[in-house]
Design a protein around this ligand. Structure first.
Ligand SMILES: CC(C)(COP(=O)(O)OP(=O)(O)OC[C@H]1O[C@@H](n2cnc3c(N)ncnc32)[C@H](O)[C@@H]1OP(=O)(O)O)[C@@H](O)C(=O)NCCC(=O)NCCS
Length: 192
């Protein structure tokens, strides 16, 4: 078992971050419901229509996100601005296999808060959780080839584009090619 605390840089710079990741609560269901309706959040994601109640049920399953937890394969946090505790988005970690220590991240930030660097900070925070706390070896992310904001964010964070998944998700009736990105633990350690 890896002692994540022995990794260089664990937790460093966190006080300087403008966002934190907190566990979701029932009140977040209405927020996520509204965010999922925003045009820029829907544009490149295969988001199905969910009621507030369905979202609340999903949040109950992820109301506590202690890592690692080998009984679960999905974790989710609210991205909260530190200065005023304002919820500005949400971010997920899905475990593809605990055996091989592979996870996948997904993220959305409410439109009013785009292009302010919050996504970059939230991504670094979830990578700390994924690599140091969950002790994953590989973290993947997929995004539509049309989702410039998402792949710029991933590349800025150091993700490597591995290829194109042809006709991957059905987004609003069209099969859309997606990029597959990944980062390995060995690439992340030393970034902080
Ligand atoms: C993807 C997303 C999370 C990015 O969050 P963000 O807080 O705006 O990102 P940042 O401000 O940290 O920007 C990161 C980099 O991406 C670039 N970028 C962000 N939005 C961009 C856009 N619309 N067009 C081009 N580049 C963009 C930034 O310029 C920045 O690089 P730089 O600092 O070198 O200039 C946000 O656009 C979003 O929530 N989109 C809708 C949901 C979504 O598509 N999620 C991803 C599904 S795969």
């Amino acid at each position: 078992m890896i002692d994540f605390k022995s990794f260089p840089g664990y937790g460093m710079n966190l006080p300087a971050y403008r966002v934190r990741l907190r566990d979701p609560n029932a009140d977040d269901a209405a927020r996520i419901y509204q965010w999922r309706r925003e045009e820029r959040i829907r544009a490149h994601q295969p988001l199905t229509s969910l009621s507030i109640e369905q979202i609340r049920t999903d949040l109950e399953r992820t109301s506590s996100n202690r890592l690692p937890d080998y009984t679960r394969d999905r974790f989710q946090w609210i991205i909260e601005r530190v200065s005023d505790n304002l919820a500005i988005g949400w971010i997920t970690l899905s475990i593809r296999t605990w055996e091989h220590l592979i996870g996948e991240i997904g993220y959305s930030i409410s439109t009013d808060f785009h292009q302010a660097g919050y996504g970059t900070e939230a991504l670094r925070l979830i990578l700390q959780k994924a690599f140091y706390e969950a002790q994953l070896y590989r973290v993947e992310a997929k995004c539509s080839v049309q989702n410039t904001a998402s792949y710029k964010l991933l590349e800025k964070a150091g993700f490597i584009r591995e290829g194109v998944l042809r006709g991957y998700f059905n987004i609003r009736g069209f099969r859309v090619d997606h990029y597959l990105y990944s980062m390995l633990r060995t690439e992340f350690v030393g970034d902080f």
